[in-house]
Design a protein around this ligand. Structure first.
Ligand code: TYM
Length: 336
């Protein structure tokens, strides 16, 4: 991946889970080494579905603690919450006047989240992807590390950037590249290998939360759905075994191996052997994050200050980009 500016975001809706960690955050941490990195807690996205004010505040602080505990270094990366940088919402309006209804009508996330009662969904839920495009393009970000489920939104971001550039006759916005991991791009539910691990699933046993206690992690893995066959020799043989493939993928991502390498180690072994080793590896990764997160949550004023400092640094980048964008669109602006 060539050097560039990295931007990504996560919603403050409930606890972060293993899918967020392996699909996105682990990658965010690694990219800090040699890239300019900007990470955002997207609270304006969270209110596209009903929120309670006290819970929104708590979830924002929890996600901030979780990101720092996972290794986001706020002396280096910019970490902030979206609503403190007004350029996101303003640019999103400009993009609402570039994006086409037909493009938004194709978005699968809207269809899933709105469900059958589409008439009752908020306008914000429908326009969600134009705000996401604004998040990324307010910084002219070139690389966006995400899980596989965000691919379609990234394609829409590129469509908006392309349309903007052709409407206003300049190569104004870069076309950002998704950065999606090979392993762990889509971590599945522990109870159903055909549905994504998600914060919104009613059953807590479908996911591992980053603040789960060690015993609970072990219990969840013990109860995870599997099949009676031992682990096979090749990745192809996992194709029709979604639950087995998911657990192998989780172990591979945790231990920085490919699925094939994991199978070299475990082929022929049953889940009775594999699951305790997987649980131990999960506990090894999650337990230090949970401990650090709890320490950080003891001082929420400090967390609020970190986010407000990050917001100031983010605005320094976004403000001149928005100003230049409004300039090419023909808005009259003060010169100061
Ligand atoms: P969100 O909050 O749903 O998820 C945050 C990140 O975690 C990834 N992820 C997963 N990866 C693998 N397996 C899973 N089961 C899994 N569940 C979640 C997501 O792909 C994501 O990378 N719309 C975004 C937030 C957003 C954003 C942005 C992202 C807003 N603006 C700009 C990038 C750039 C979302 O709802 O992510």
């Amino acid at each position: 991946m060539s050097k560039g500016r990295v931007f990504s975001g996560v919603q403050p809706t409930g606890n972060l889970h293993l899918g967020n960690y392996l699909g996105a955050i682990k990658n965010w941490v690694g990219l800090q080494q040699d890239h300019e990195t900007i990470y955002c807690i997207v609270d304006l996205h969270a209110i596209t579905v009903p929120q309670q004010p006290q819970l929104l505040k708590k979830a924002t602080q929890e996600v901030a603690a979780c990101l720092i505990a996972s290794g986001i270094d706020t002396n280096n990366s910019i970490l902030f919450n979206q609503s403190q940088v007004s350029q996101h919402a303003e640019l999103a309006w400009l993009f609402n006047c570039v994006a086409r209804l037909g493009w938004l009508n194709r978005m699968t996330q809207f269809k899933e989240k709105a469900g059958k009662n589409r008439e009752n969904a908020t306008v914000g839920l429908y326009a969600y992807p134009t705000l996401m495009a604004a998040d990324i393009l307010a910084y002219k970000a070139t690389h966006v590390p995400v899980g596989d489920d965000q691919k379609q939104h990234l394609e829409l971001t590129r469509d908006i950037a392309t349309a903007f550039n052709s409407m206003f006759g300049e190569e104004f916005f870069p076309l950002p590249e998704p950065v999606i991991q090979k392993t762990a791009a889509r971590i599945m539910s522990l109870r159903d290998g055909s549905s994504k691990m998600s914060k919104s699933d009613d059953s807590d046993f479908t996911r591992i939360n980053l603040n789960d206690e060690d015993d609970l992690i072990a219990q969840k893995i013990k109860k995870a759905k599997t099949d009676p066959e031992p682990l096979p020799e090749t990745v192809e043989e996992l194709e029709n075994r979604p639950e087995a493939r998911n657990l192998v993928g989780i172990y591979a991502a945790l231990t920085n191996q490919s699925d094939a390498e994991v199978l070299v180690e475990f082929s022929g072994q049953g889940f009775g052997k594999f699951k305790p080793i997987l649980a131990e590896s999960l506990i090894g990764s999650i337990s230090p994050i949970r401990t650090e997160m709890n320490k950080l949550l003891a001082d929420t004023n400090h967390l609020d200050n970190v986010l407000s400092e990050g917001s100031k640094r983010a605005a320094v980048i976004a403000e001149p980009i928005l100003r230049a964008c409004k300039n090419v669109m023909g808005f009259v602006q003060s010169t100061s």
